[in-house]
Structures are given as C-alpha cells and as structure tokens.
Design a protein around this ligand. Structure first.
Ligand SMILES: *[C@@H]1O[C@H](CO)[C@@H](O)[C@H](O)[C@H]1NC(C)=O
Ligand SMILES: *[C@@H]1O[C@H](CO)[C@@H](O)[C@H](O)[C@H]1NC(C)=O
Ligand SMILES: *[C@@H]1O[C@H](CO)[C@@H](O)[C@H](O)[C@H]1NC(C)=O
Ligand SMILES: *[C@@H]1O[C@H](CO)[C@@H](O)[C@H](O)[C@H]1NC(C)=O
Length: 474
C-alpha cells in the first residue's frame, strides 16, 4: 500500500501570470554540460514565467506551449519545480494522474534531459519511511522513487505544496531525449501517489475560469522536422476559440463510471467507409489519453478493423511489434471513431507509422491486450485513444460534469497532405531479428512474410496510460 505520510495541510494556489504566453518555439539544442543546463534553465525560467519581473495578477486561463517530441511520439510541456524553479519537459498525460521527474540520482533516466536536484530547492519536503516509496506502472514501462512536496508551476499556474514523485529508477527506454517525466492530467482516484493532481487542485480551488483543459496537438509526422518542434497548445482553465471551429461536442462519461481516466464510450468505428462490428458494454469504454502515441483497442475489434484492409497482417505476438499490424503502404487507411453522435476521421497520415519493408507499413491502431501489460477488464480501459486520434480534433477535458468534448480544428491547423507515407515516422535501422508474421487478415495470407529491411525503434511509441491493479468501475 502506498501511504502518504506527508502532511498536506493547506494547498496554496497562486496564479503567476506574466506576459501572455503565445506558442513559443521550443527547440532545444543538445546541451551536454552541467553548466549549459544551468544557463538554459535560467533562460527558460524567464521564458515560461517561473521567474518574472512583471507584476503579479490573477488569471484563470493559461496557455501551455506544447513540444512535439520525435514525430508525434509524445507531447510535452514545461513545468517548474522547487525554489528556485528547476524546469523540465514532461509528457502532458491525460491517461495517468501522477507527477514525477527523474532525479539527479537516477541512473536509468533519460540522459539528455535535465534531472531534479533535491538539494537545490529550498521548499522541497521529502517524505520519509517505507510508505514514501512509490512504484508506478504504465503501459510501456515503470518508474519508482520517493514522495516529496514542492512548489510546482505549469503555464501561469502554481500549486504549493504539490505532491510528486522524485524518481530514482525507470525501466529501460521509457522516454526519448529531452523529456524528464510525466505530468498526469487524469483524476485523483487513478494516482499511484494518492496525491491530488496539479490540475485538480486548481479546479477544486476555482482557479479555472471553466473546469476545462483543452488540447490542440500538432501533426508533424508528415512534415520534415527535427527531434523536437512546437507541437500545439494546452489551455488550462478553458479553451481558445481561435483553435477550433463549430461547436464542441461534449459527451458525458458513461453511466456508472466514476472519473479516473477520462472515460468515453466508443460507439462506432468505420474503416474505408464500412462500419466495423465492435464490442459493446464496458469493453467499449475508452481512456482518452494524450500521453499515448497510438490507438489501442480490444483484440477482436482491432482484428476486425484490419480485416477491412486487404493485405494487412498481424505482426508476431512474441516480437517487438506484439499486437501491431502491418498493411500495404499503397493503401490510404481511412478510419473514423464515434463518441456520442459524432464521427471523427483520423488522417491517413496518422495511421501510417512508417515502412517496415516489402511495401508493408506499420499501422496506428494496435491490439491493447497483446501489445501491453494492460489487459482489458479489472478497471483497465478496453480502448486507449491516444495521439493518433487526438491530433485530428480539438479536445476538451471537462471535470464538471465529467466529460470530454471534441471539436473540429480551426482551418490551417495540422494541415496535412492527407496522404499516407509522405514523411512517416523514422524507422531506425537496427540489427534486431526480423518480426515474423503470425497471421493475416488480408487476401495474401499464404504469401511469404514481408522482408523487413529497416526496423522501427518502438520505444518511440509511448504508452503512458496507468495500468491498474484494481477495479475502478463501480
Ligand atoms: C528584472 O529586474 C531586474 C532589476 O530591475 C533587472 O536587472 C533584470 O534584468 C530584470 N529581468 C528581466 C528578465 O527582465
Ligand atoms: C488563441 O490562439 C491564437 C492562435 O494561436 C492566439 O493568437 C491567441 O493569442 C490565443 N488567445 C489566447 C487568449 O491565448
Ligand atoms: C522524424 O521524421 C523526419 C522526416 O521523415 C526524419 O528525418 C527524422 O529522423 C524523424 N525523427 C525521428 C526521431 O524519428
Ligand atoms: C500476393 O503476393 C504476391 C507476391 O508477393 C503478389 O504478386 C500479389 O499481387 C499479391 N496479391 C494480393 C491480392 O495482394
């Protein structure tokens, strides 16, 4: 059991809003020395308003610049932790509810990302005792560390004290360069640390002009880019009407489900215009998850989806691509997913994760059960609807009433060629063994498996949904 031994008596919520934050370009150069980290950190403290000369004023919405990491693999924002603020890029993750950053004593954390130095914060309080150690299990890895409280800022908002995890160990390849941790934007009941999430403390204290967090996630997978690029914007406490058009279609969480993940029910899926038979009941419940790169679904449903694509193949359940499917790169895979009464199309570019070889490309929808430790049932979602879908909409996470809204993006945002494979995610050459093809849903089932001459390093695909051990469905 995780027991929070820290006394979190009063939560002081303070809004430090400096000059309006536009969508600044966040493009880090490779910084290698401790000194250059310090300089870069100082600049960023000013840039993001963690240190500011401007007079304090109250504000109740604040934009947070989002960085697109590694061709839409994950989307991060910059948090400040401690006094003076140490700054970190963290994945903005609606699929989990804990905040953590790697510490200077973490040997397994990302080497090219700043680490939190507990000795350099005058406001840090470390928890003590055995119960202060927490282990968090995500769909694509684990972290562990010690509980602490400190001042935490994101956008123009600060919470002090905020409980978070100072991580000293992570599983391999959880992250790519530049990212130091995760900011969970799910509900408190999902928190392994048992701490009230940053956003929820702001919402509970009426710091938001409306109880909403809204995302525009840029699509860069079909454009030439560097490792990190401006990747959209998160608005804390509201929406920005310049980023979407038409109405926001809010759909309440399914009946009988208490908020933990941002639950929605998948009502319908179409592929190439055809409606696919999918599971009903709790199996159709989805976590809407900005922290996961792809879309994962129930085995049978995902199989049915790919069955609509001639020449698609399930990749080996024992290999690196467990749960994933390949399909002929020449096909534009057109998928729509319905929540409530609206159907939202996924751009064909988002369905194509790159060529595996022999004209076969890796598909953006995978079998959640085969592809991760997150089995369905027992409170885990049947679907995890990640960035592959979310890049295509303006998404609004509203805590009261608990609901998620989608709207059409404003013209000119995420403009895409709409064709697959124009510039897919990079496939890194490795000497890994080739995946074998375990089955086929296409018409060429008996042909030889594709010869894979290039391999994707799939650690670039983040699956930051918290994996539950107990049922949260009531
Ligand atoms: C803040 O104010 C101090 C003193 O007025 C000044 O020296 C410093 O350059 C200012 N910093 C910024 C970022 O404006
Ligand atoms: C809303 O977004 C537009 C377009 O990015 C931007 O110019 C504007 O400053 C934003 N408004 C607010 C209040 O953040
Ligand atoms: C992202 O895509 C660009 C263009 O295809 C490619 O040059 C780059 O190496 C890719 N980066 C990663 C991390 O895959
Ligand atoms: C099946 O595979 C063969 C050889 O790889 C190819 O020539 C043929 O066009 C394929 N048929 C279909 C229907 O994809």
């Amino acid at each position: 059991m995780v027991f929070l031994s820290l006394v979190v008596a009063t939560i002081l919520v303070d809004v430090v809003l400096s000059d309006p934050l536009h969508i600044p370009i966040v493009k880090r150069t490779k910084v290698k020395t401790v000194e250059s980290y310090a300089n870069a950190a100082e600049k960023l403290r000013y840039k993001y308003g963690f240190k500011s000369n401007s007079s304090r004023k109250r504000g109740n919405t604040s934009p947070v610049a989002i960085t697109d990491e590694q061709n839409d693999s994950s989307y991060s924002g910059v948090v400040g932790i401690g006094t003076p603020a140490q700054i970190f890029s963290v994945v903005l993750d609606t699929g989990s509810s804990d905040l953590w950053v790697g510490s200077t004593s973490c040997l397994t954390c990302s080497v090219n990302a700043p680490a939190f130095d507990p000795s350099q914060s005058s406001t840090l309080k470390l928890a003590s005792g055995g119960s202060s150690q927490v282990h968090i299990i995500y769909g694509s890895g684990t972290v562990q560390g010690g509980l602490a409280t400190d001042t935490v800022s994101l956008g123009g908002f600060s919470v002090a004290p905020q409980t978070f995890l100072v991580v000293d160990e992570t599983s391999a390849n959880l992250f790519t360069d530049g990212v130091s941790g995760i900011m969970g934007l799910g509900f408190e009941s999902l928190a392994a640390t048992k701490a009230l999430p940053f956003w929820e403390s702001l919402a509970n204290n009426n710091q938001f002009s409306s109880p909403e967090m809204s995302f525009y996630l840029a699509r860069l997978v079909d454009q030439a880019q560097t490792e990190e690029a401006p990747g959209g914007v998160l608005i804390l406490g509201g929406t920005n009407s310049s980023l979407y058009q038409g109405q926001i279609d809010f759909v309440n969480m399914p009946d009988g489900v208490s908020p933990s993940y941002w639950w929605q029910q998948v009502n319908k899926v179409t592929v190439q215009g055809n409606t696919v038979g999918i599971s009903t009941g709790t199996t159709s419940y989805a976590a809407i998850d900005t922290g996961t790169t792809l879309v994962g679904g129930p085995s049978t449903d995902v199989k049915s989806i790919w069955a609509e694509i001639t020449g698609s193949q399930a990749l080996s359940p024992t290999g690196q691509y467990a749960g994933m499917y390949s399909y002929p790169c020449s096909i534009d895979v057109q998928v729509t997913i319905s929540f409530g009464s609206n159907s939202w199309p996924i751009n064909t570019a988002d369905m194509n994760l790159g060529e595996l070889g022999n004209g076969q490309c890796l598909g953006g929808i995978f079998d959640l059960t085969a592809g991760s430790d997150a089995g369905t049932g027992q409170g885990n979602p049947g679907w995890v609807v990640g960035d592959t879908f979310l890049k295509n909409v303006y998404s609004v996470f509203r805590s009261n009433p608990p609901s998620v809204g989608f709207a059409q993006l404003a013209d000119g945002l995420s403009a895409s060629s709409g064709t697959s494979g124009s510039n897919p995610a990079q496939i890194t050459q490795t000497s890994d063994p080739l995946p074998s093809v375990s089955g086929s849903s296409g018409s060429n089932a008996s042909s030889a498996p594709p010869t894979v001459n290039a391999m994707s390093s799939l650690y670039l695909t983040l699956f930051a949904t918290l994996v539950l051990a107990l049922s949260l469905l009531r």
